[in-house]
Design a protein around this ligand. Structure first.
Ligand SMILES: CC(C)(COP(=O)(O)OP(=O)(O)OC[C@H]1O[C@@H](n2cnc3c(N)ncnc32)[C@H](O)[C@@H]1OP(=O)(O)O)[C@@H](O)C(=O)NCCC(=O)NCCS
Length: 198
C-alpha cells in the first residue's frame, strides 16, 4: 500500500491514506448487499482486493485519490477523488476529469458523515489540488447519494443523463445522472456552518 495522501480532519472524522489493515473492513463493506444496492453486484474478497490495488495505482498516477475514513469506532468507508476508467459521455473541464465519491458502511449512514467527509474533500480539491471542477455521477435511483451531492452544493443538468457504458441495457441501474461543482461555486465556509454536523 502506498501511504500517499493527506490527512483531512473534520469534527467527527479522519480521512487518511490507506493501510493494509483496511483491506478487511473494506471488503466487508463491499460484500454488504445494502451498501452495494445500486452497483451491479456485491464484491467478494478477491474483487475487493483487486479494486483496492487499482485504487492505489490511481494514487501513484495522479497524486490524489480516495481516502480511508474513520470515526471514533474505526473504519467507516471511503470518501475522496477518483479518475474514471471509462470515457465520459459528457463534457468536463479538468483533464483528467475528477469525480468525488463516497461509500460508507451501513452503521455510519444517517449521521451526516458522508456530507462531512465530502465537504473536506471539496476543500482539498479546490484548495491544495487547485482543480477547476469536480464531477459526481450515480445511478438515477440512488437517492441517498444524490442527496449528498446536493448537500455539498453540486448541481445537475437533466441533459447530462447518460447510460453507464460499463452496464448493459438490462441493468436497472444503467441510467446515471451527473452532478457538477465548479471551483468558483464552492460555498464560503461560514455559509456551510450547520450543514456539517457541528
Ligand atoms: C451514499 C451514502 C454515502 C449516503 O450516506 P448518508 O449517511 O445518507 O449521507 P449524509 O452523510 O449526507 O447523511 C445524511 C443523513 O444523516 C442525517 N443526519 C443525522 N445527523 C446529522 C448531522 N449531525 N449532520 C448532518 N446530517 C445528519 C440527515 O438528516 C440525513 O438523514 P436521512 O437519510 O434520513 O435524510 C451511503 O448511503 C452509502 O454509502 N451508500 C452506498 C454506497 C453508494 O451508493 N455510494 C455512492 C455511489 S455514487
Amino acid at each position: 500500500v502506498t501511504s500517499a495522501g493527506p490527512v483531512l480532519r473534520t469534527d467527527r472524522l479522519v480521512l487518511r491514506p490507506w493501510r493494509e489493515s483496511d483491506r478487511e473492513p473494506h471488503a466487508a463493506m463491499n460484500a454488504d448487499p445494502e451498501v452495494m444496492e445500486f452497483f451491479p453486484s456485491v464484491m467478494d474478497r478477491a474483487a475487493s482486493d483487486a479494486w483496492f490495488d487499482r485504487m492505489q495505482h490511481g494514487w501513484d498516477e495522479y497524486g490524489f485519490g480516495l481516502l480511508a475514513v474513520e470515526d471514533s469506532r474505526g473504519f467507516v468507508g471511503f470518501v475522496g477523488l477518483a479518475v474514471p476508467r471509462f470515457e465520459l459521455p459528457f463534457s468536463h473541464l479538468a483533464d483528467p476529469p475528477v469525480e468525488i465519491g463516497w461509500r460508507l458502511v451501513r452503521r455510519a449512514w444517517g449521521r451526516g458523515l458522508a456530507t462531512e467527509g465530502a465537504t473536506a474533500c471539496v476543500d482539498w480539491a479546490f484548495g491544495d489540488l487547485r482543480l477547476p471542477e469536480v464531477l459526481s455521477w450515480t445511478a438515477e435511483v440512488n437517492v441517498r447519494s444524490r442527496a449528498v451531492m446536493e448537500r455539498i452544493g453540486m448541481h445537475h443538468d437533466p441533459d447530462d443523463e447518460f447510460d453507464h457504458p460499463k452496464l448493459t441495457d438490462e441493468s436497472p441501474v444503467r441510467r446515471h445522472v451527473v452532478y457538477r461543482l465548479l471551483a468558483g461555486e464552492r460555498p464560503a465556509v461560514s455559509d456551510r456552518a450547520g450543514t456539517l454536523g457541528s
